[in-house]
Design a protein around this ligand. Structure first.
Ligand code: SAM
Ligand code: SF4
Ligand code: SF4
Length: 339
């Protein structure tokens, strides 16, 4: 399929698409969907508001035609969406797509890992913020212990999926877990990525002084390990990577707050309710669901709409972040847009 390269106002091409397939989750992580805000009466999206698999497939093909090479499925918890392997199959069959991954909390991987791999999934990022079960139960807001996630990791490895571990680090919560997590992942040959705590959405009460920066984590690791920098694999790679000297195990950092990477941000996001977001920190998205549900909407008309949205993009929120702005700006919740 011939690809059209489209560029935004800051000359950034469109390369990655992150699709949130569901806004629900079986966890209530304190930094993402705090239980007191996402309680039993919280109004999650009705099924009719979610994009169907056919709609996602159609959009996936269009996005790949516009330059997207990588798709990542996320949520909420994506494995709560019924028959997810069916969607993975539809997307992995798209000609020209080079990579398809999934971000998950890992709870349901023992059930689905093999099926996902057979459907064409290549990689999973599994979120785990500590090896201490009691603390993990508090963080995930559901009392789920670490062993459940370790089973998910093993299931993904056994199925032949590439596995990375995501750890959000928040001051006063889990910075004591940095070294134990690094040790564990190094021993297991797993790439660990430390994610700076971000001001996504407006329910997590983010404060700048709760961010543990990449530099702080790096300095701490250096007290224990010899690390050598690794060159990025491709333009726009978000993680800054290092290798434990003498091994082939990498450790990565996603320094979204302390070292913004907006100038190379090539990512569009499709929210659970069918809106296109050109930045994780947008308040409003651009509707695409209702637009494509209109009768007789042709692919050409959808391409024109997406091209128009991307061409007008000027977002560089992290470059310009201020504590005041973080508090006052209306931002989409992480569970809608998926990180
Ligand atoms: N439920 C899945 C999971 O947890 O992996 C996928 C969705 S989750 C929103 C995607 C990623 O965003 C996870 O790795 C999670 O840890 C991360 N995340 C959520 N809230 C965050 C925040 N406030 N700052 C940084 N990362 C966050
Ligand atoms: Fe759920 Fe993932 Fe958010 Fe945790 S980080 S509440 S697992 S969506
Ligand atoms: Fe991309 Fe927005 Fe993050 Fe900058 S702040 S890297 S534009 S998602």
């Amino acid at each position: 399929m011939e690809k059209l390269i489209i560029r935004d106002q800051l000359n950034r091409p469109l390369r990655d698409l992150r699709i949130s397939v569901i806004d629900r989750c079986n966890f209530r992580c304190t930094y993402c969907m705090p239980a007191e805000k996402f309680g039993p009466d919280f109004a999650f999206l009705p099924k009719s508001e979610l994009l169907t698999y056919e709609e996602i497939e159609r959009l996936g093909k269009i996005f790949v035609g516009l330059g997207v090479e990588k798709i990542r499925l996320t949520g909420g918890e994506p494995l709560l969406r019924k028959d997810l392997p069916l969607l993975v199959k539809k997307l992995s069959d798209i000609e020209g797509l080079k990579d398809i991954g999934l971000t998950t909390n890992g709870v349901l991987l023992p059930k689905y890992a093999k099926e996902l791999k057979a459907a064409g999934l290549l990689r999973v990022n599994i979120s785990l913020d500590t090896l201490n079960s009691e603390l993990f139960g508090q963080i995930n807001g559901r009392g789920v212990g670490v062993e459940t996630i370790l089973e998910g990791i093993r299931a993904a490895q056994d199925a032949g999926l590439g596995v990375k571990i995501n750890m959000v680090v928040k001051k006063g919560l889990n910075e004591t877990e940095i070294v134990p997590m690094a040790k564990f992942c190094k021993e297991q040959g797993l790439q660990l990525r430390f994610i700076e705590y971000m001001d996504v959405g407006s329910t997590n009460g983010w404060k700048m002084d709760e961010v543990v920066t990449k530099r702080e984590i790096y300095e701490l690791l250096k007290e224990h390990y010899l690390l050598e920098p690794v060159d990025p694999d491709y333009f726009g790679e978000v993680a800054k990577r290092y290798r434990y000297e003498g091994t082939d195990v990498d450790v990565g950092f996603i320094p979204s707050v302390s070292e913004s990477f907006c100038s190379s941000c090539t990512r569009a996001r499709l929210s659970a309710n069918g809106q296109i977001f050109t930045c994780l920190f947008n308040g409003e998205g651009h509707d695409i669901k209702e637009f494509m549900r209109r009768q007789d909407m042709t692919d050409e008309e959808i391409i024109e709409r997406i091209t128009g949205i991307w061409s007008g993009r000027k977002d560089r929120y992290s470059d310009e972040r201020t504590e005041e702005g973080a508090k006052n700006r209306k931002k989409i919740e992480m569970s809608y847009i998926g990180g």
